[in-house]
Design a protein around this ligand. Sequence first.
Ligand code: HSE
Length: 399
Amino acid sequence: MKKIAILGFGIVGGGIPTVLEKNADPIRRAVGEPVGISYILDLRDFPDSPYADRVVHELAPILADPETEAVCEAMGGVEPAFTFVTACLEAGKSVVSSNKELVAEKGDVLLKTAAEHGVSFLFEASVGGGIPLIRPFSTSLAGERISGIAGIVNGTTNYILTAMKREGRPFSEVLAEAQSLGYAERNPSADVDGLDAMRKILILAALTTGNLADRSDVTVEGIRNVAKEDIEAADALGGSLKLIARALIGADGSLSLGVCPMIVPEDNPLSAVSGVYNAVSLTSPVAGDILYYGRGAGRLPTAAAMVSDVTAILSGAAKAEKAPVFTKRAPGFCRPFNGEKGSCYVRAEGSSAELSELLASLADSVEPVPGTAGFVVGGASAGEIEKALPDARIIRILR
Ligand code: HSE
């Protein structure tokens, strides 16, 4: 039997034993023998768990155990996860992680440490939960030029925006309901303020270009300020309002990164992604459009993604693949997202004629949106419009 350890026995880490049990046959087929759990590291004890005898409160027994070949890190946060993962890699153990904050902040260092010690650092579960996304990005698409990524990568905010649209309810009411149902955390900031999606687009952009940008380079706007009028504007344009994580990628690997509510036209499949589902679309000038879709969050889908990495390690598949290399870029590497020209919906107080005239001086086209007080503006950047109209509501349209 092959042995793995788990760091963090919370929602996701606690789902790993279930996945190992439910998928025991295919895992045995892929790996060549069964996979079991040697140790579980957590601050807490779990006296009622069938795995109670494997719980430890120190990393040392895991590092010292020659039978533990791979370690699943599901602790979250940068520290102490970074210290623990580094110690495991240095001890010759491959690590799989669901921790997007860790990968977005320290992925470059951890991939280098893994390579130096002849082991793997895999993070399939860090973006898109149960959607097999990371390995295709770093293997199947390695020879592909990707010019754009647009993703719905946060299930909580997609649940909230879907309910606001379907039920016409305000943000605060839907958030409270999502919290009571356990979809949103008691402190929802990482989700509703766009930070979780920001980490995920940093990871996807790094996989695509090799450049791990600094978080300060990502323009981030969450969904706290989404008003009923914004949802209605998206409806009037025949689309849906979604929190989109966007990467615009130059042929030279240059990047422009943003997370913000965007109007997604109905002919874009992302407009139909509802509830807690995630989807990531890629644009390739050669291969065309590619879409990944599935359950982006939740105990078993995310634990299954971790176990898929474990299977790749224990079967030898991970070693046969070329691992990604991330180069950490200093702040200022990315082009400002606000400077990218495109289409926006713009609404502002005051005379409609004056607004239209002012927008026309900035843009290539200005069209009123029937049934709303706003205009679709083409060929201007959100930054230019914001400078001229600091109080306007500006919502980018995904094209
Ligand atoms: N809070 C995240 C979400 C969990 O809602 O998508 C998965 O990363």
